[in-house]
Design a protein around this ligand. Structure first.
Ligand code: FBP
Length: 553
């Protein structure tokens, strides 16, 4: 196998673990805390077997867990996030430490692997080739949803065939919602199969009172911040381009906000604020144009604009347009896709849209119109990563600047450059934070299994402090659920965490953004450091530090 020098070194990295679970599986005991109840009482009726369980945490004391032989299946679900391999490594190490005869099966390609019974038996040799490395290539991932009774039936058949005692699902809010439903199904049908989830997604939107951050967010934002910092420094050297950088984050703007806190761009848009203030595309263009004009007056015809990829769906008029297009495509998708020419498609669409939406659609450049009509994802959503919002915004800013020029209010030069950073960060070598966090999540997942728990999310908390002070435990997934209207039905789901406009990270950004808007105050975070002093190599995200009152300027 061809391996880089860094990869070789990372194989030898020993993830730091919370003190409370360092004693080894035989010396860790589960303790139950308070009853963990969701805010919405309706969850009780939907999860009669897994509702009302207690919070669990671990402490150093001789284990009282039953020592049965465990055969555990694991899947990675959804988009890549740095650290996934370490979750599996932590799970494997705890499982083999407990009993060398225990077995870990890695189901390939995400949830579909469990349905198709497509797996490999994970051995020490395999695990060692992936320790502290990025990507999900050890077993692959996928976006098949595991949600129907029939799928659950097949999964339990597969599990029984292998004598499986537990399934670990490493995924985001939807995958962990489905983990809770599967746990309920397994308990209701007395299968003896436990289900444990682990919180993954670079988007950082699987977070709540019990989950401080999903894994992958730390590394991905560090990679994007490095890239943004490099581009900013280039801009500050060449002094001729306005860079429009779109960042991943399907819905919430946590990634864009963290990168803004790291790099201080002239403008960073936060979708949640756009929605709250009901800003239109032209309001947003005005905001950016203000920065361009103010900087031009100081002689700076260059700058940085950071845009979350989900923005487009938070702009009220575009949101309405997308909802109407979604409805048309849901009802007439086949018919629509068979129309041979763009003009025919346009005719079909405009016959179904409201007058307001037709106006908005007509204002958009042709390539954006076409991108809005591309195939939906498996949830029926627009694939926002494929919409070039950065180009859309720079083109309407350009139009606005031309107007201002004609009015004699602007005399600078505006030359935009476009970037999209997403895939660049999702499979990076995990930062020390993610490597440590993920290993502990995996190790803790096994402790939950060994102690007989099901329907829990592995949880490691206190993440603003050093790893040895972290607290490992488990939280019933049902506690995190509420009822939301999805595709015309009331469904129990884990609530997606959007950026809170009264939260410390946004407040800090709000206090500083006016200065950043005009001045050249860029910060250059540089590449992730894997070795070196802890204040550099182990530093968590600014978002996490601010949320915990630990950020020092
Ligand atoms: P998950 O929520 O599954 O972790 O994926 C998030 C994400 O990385 C988004 O930021 C992005 O919009 C999307 O995946 C891209 O999806 P795909 O990998 O299917 O192109």
């Amino acid at each position: 196998m061809d391996i880089s020098v860094l990869q070789k070194e990372r194989y030898n990295y020993k993830p730091k673990m919370p003190r409370m679970i360092r004693a080894g599986v035989a010396n860790i005991r589960a303790k139950e805390g308070e009853k963990a109840l969701p805010a919405d009482e309706r969850i009780k009726a939907l999860f009669p077997n897994t509702y009302g369980m207690n919070e669990v945490y671990f402490e150093e004391a001789p284990s009282t867990a039953e020592k049965r032989r465990q055969v555990v299946g694991v899947i990675l679900s959804g988009g890549q996030a740095p650290g996934g391999h370490n979750v599996i490594a932590g799970l494997y190490d705890a499982l083999t430490e407990a009993n060398p005869d225990n077995v870990l099966l890695g189901f390939k390609g995400g949830p579909s692997g469990l349905i198709d019974d497509d797996y490999i038996t994970l051995t020490g040799d395999i695990i060692d080739r992936y320790r502290n490395t990025g990507g999900f290539d050890m077993i692959g991932s996928g976006r098949t949803k595991l949600e129907t009774e029939e799928q659950f039936r097949v999964v339990t058949e597969v599990a029984k065939k292998h004598g499986m005692t537990a399934i670990v699902i490493i995924g985001g809010d939807d995958s962990n919602t489905n983990a809770a439903v599967l746990a309920e199904y397994c308990k209701a049908h007395d299968t003896g199969i436990q289900v444990i989830g682990c919180p993954k997604t670079i988007d950082g939107d699987l977070k709540n009172d019990d989950i401080e951050v999903s894994f992958g967010f730390d590394t991905a934002t560090k990679v994007y911040s490095e890239l943004i910092g490099n581009v900013a420094r280039d801009a500050n050297s060449a002094r001729k381009y306005w860079h429009f950088v779109k960042l991943m984050g399907r819905s919430a703007s946590h990634i864009a906000l963290e990168c803004a806190l790291q790099t201080h761009p002239n403008v960073c848009l936060i979708s949640e604020e756009v929605e709250k203030k009901q800003l239109s595309l032209s309001d947003i263009a005005d905001q950016i144009a203000e920065s361009v004009v103010a900087r031009a007056a100081l002689g700076y015809n260059y700058g940085m604009v950071v845009i979350p990829e989900g923005l487009i769906e938070f702009v009220p008029e575009v949101k309405k347009l997308i909802a109407e297009i979604n409805e048309t495509l849901a009802k007439h998708g086949k018919e629509f896709s068979h129309l041979p020419t763009w003009d025919e498609k346009l005719g079909f669409l405009t016959a179904t849209l409201s007058a307001d939406s037709i106006n908005v659609f007509n204002l958009l450049p042709l390539d954006i119109q076409q991108q809005l009509l591309m195939d939906r994802d498996s949830h029926g959503n627009v694939q926002v990563s494929r919409i070039e919002t950065e180009k859309l915004l720079s083109s309407i800013v350009d139009t606005r600047l031309k107007e201002l020029k004609a009015e004699g209010k602007y005399s600078g030069k505006f030359s935009p450059m476009h970037h999209f950073f997403g895939y660049e960060g999702r499979a990076a070598f995990p930062s020390n934070f993610d490597a440590d966090y993920c290993y502990s999540l995996g190790y803790t997942a096994f402790l939950l299994i060994a102690n007989g728990y099901t329907g829990y999310l592995s949880s490691v908390r206190g993440l603003g402090k050093s790893a040895e002070e972290w607290k490992a435990g488990g939280m019933p997934i049902t506690k995190m659920m509420n009822i939301e209207r999805r595709a015309g039905e009331d469904k129990p789901v884990i609530k997606k965490a959007l950026v809170e406009l009264d939260g410390a990270p946004f407040k800090y950004f709000e206090e500083h953004r006016n200065k950043w808007k005009t001045e050249t105050a860029y910060c250059y975070p540089g590449a992730i450091q894997y070795f070196g002093p802890a204040e550099v190599a182990d530093r968590p995200s600014i978002t996490l530090l601010l949320e915990n009152g630990l950020f020092e300027d």
